[in-house]
Ligand binder design. Structure first.
Ligand SMILES: [Zn+2]
Length: 375
């Protein structure tokens, strides 16, 4: 928990020239005293309202700079972060975000496989929501760099005569107050080899996952559950190709698709290795249009010695809670054996989320549930 319950951008957003924007964030003094967290009908009126977004403009990628655009971001001492909504022809990604003291995303670390970035952002494919909520306040000025990337390979797009650099349209807003509890609607899609295809089994899984997430203030709720016989028996995820999973999910804003596969495999495109996965979220945090969803394995993973695999409700609930953590912006924890973002959540006893993990999940869930800008 940070020292101030309310985060405000205070409506001070302006475009300087064509590629510069200034985001000034007010500190605790700017917010109403004693306003409860999660009071979305508070005096700011900044929640549940598309007008909470301010349009920053249409900013060009520049071929001279390798299809990048750089935005100076002015953060006040008390800055606690910002949210951006981006709309782009094709795909883009944050390539750099830093100030003099902190590098949240480093130029050499960005890309689909960033493992060391303090803050990571999903690929913007068509449109995307970026939430920068650093653990420590920034000491602005900061620099944010966006790069145009190839949607298929996720490598830097290179300018040529047939594909002009194009531009990105950006909106910014203050981060909403982090609610004390969020409801996350889940839409279950059961393939023929789903491990939980009956209503009773689906309800039992939701109940077990809810018990794990309650302490974090995240409440999963079953929005709908349907059979989808067209889902393939085995879903192979080729790393670096997020578009392959896109046809398997529905993408309704504010609803999280959960796909119950038969078998789920990770394929490394260069090593050509295949690894069975218990669960998968292709991008962290999830973004629409790039296969955003939670994928869980089912009964079709077989091996010569084991036969069809069985997954207990308890262990799959841990996987579901863990993948929902990814979906809402969490990465694997490497310092704690006892939290649910351990790389092997099904194996640890009495797993929990840390307070910082819980706050981050609730902030993401709140933003995903709120309206995107009027466009
Ligand atoms: Zn994981």
């Amino acid at each position: 928990m940070k020292g101030c319950g309310h985060r405000r951008l205070d409506g001070v957003l302006r475009v300087l020239g064509t590629v510069a924007l200034s985001i000034a964030l007010a500190g605790c003094d700017g917010g109403p005293e004693g306003a409860p967290e999660g009071d979305s009908s508070g005096p700011e009126g900044d929640s549940g309202d598309a007008s909470a977004w301010s349009y920053l403009g249409e900013l060009p990628f520049t071929p001279e700079d390798g299809e990048l655009l750089t935005l100076p971001v002015e953060l006040t001492d008390a800055a606690e972060g910002f949210a951006l909504f981006a709309e782009v022809d094709g795909c883009a990604q944050v390539a750099l975000l830093e100030d003099d003291a902190t590098t949240w995303v480093g130029a050499l670390e960005s890309g689909p496989s960033c493992t060391a970035c303090e803050e990571r952002f999903s690929v913007i494919a068509g449109s995307g929501l970026l939430v920068h909520s650093p653990a420590e306040p920034s000491s602005g000025p900061a620099r944010l760099r966006l790069g145009k990337i190839d949607c298929h390979t996720l490598t830097r797009a290179r300018p040529d005569a047939e594909s002009p650099a194009g531009s990105v349209r950006l909106w910014a807003r203050e981060l909403p107050a982090v609610p004390l509890e969020v409801v996350v609607p889940l839409r279950f899609h059961h393939g023929p080899f789903s491990s939980r295809s009956s209503d009773d089994e689906s309800a039992a899984l939701i109940e077990a996952a809810s018990a794990l997430l309650a302490q974090a203030g995240v409440r999963p709720a079953l929005d709908s559950s349907s059979a989808d016989d067209a889902l393939p028996e085995s879903i192979a995820w080729f790393e670096g190709d997020p578009s392959a999973l896109a046809p398997l999910v529905e993408h309704e804003e504010g609803v999280v698709d959960v796909v119950f596969a038969g078998c789920l495999e990770h394929v490394h495109p260069e090593l050509q290795t295949r690894t069975t996965l218990d669960g998968l979220v292709p991008r962290v945090p999830a973004q629409a249009a790039v296969g955003a969803g939670i994928f869980l394995r089912g009964r079709a993973c077989t091996s010569a010695s084991l036969g069809p695999s069985f997954v207990s409700v308890e262990s799959q609930a841990r996987v579901l809670a863990h993948e929902l953590g990814h979906y809402l912006g969490l990465y694997h924890s490497v310092t704690s054996d006892s939290d649910l973002m351990n790389p092997n959540p099904a194996l640890i006893p009495d797993p929990t989320f840390s307070p910082a993990q819980a706050e981050r999940m609730r902030l993401h869930a709140a933003l995903l549930a709120e309206p995107t800008p009027d466009r």
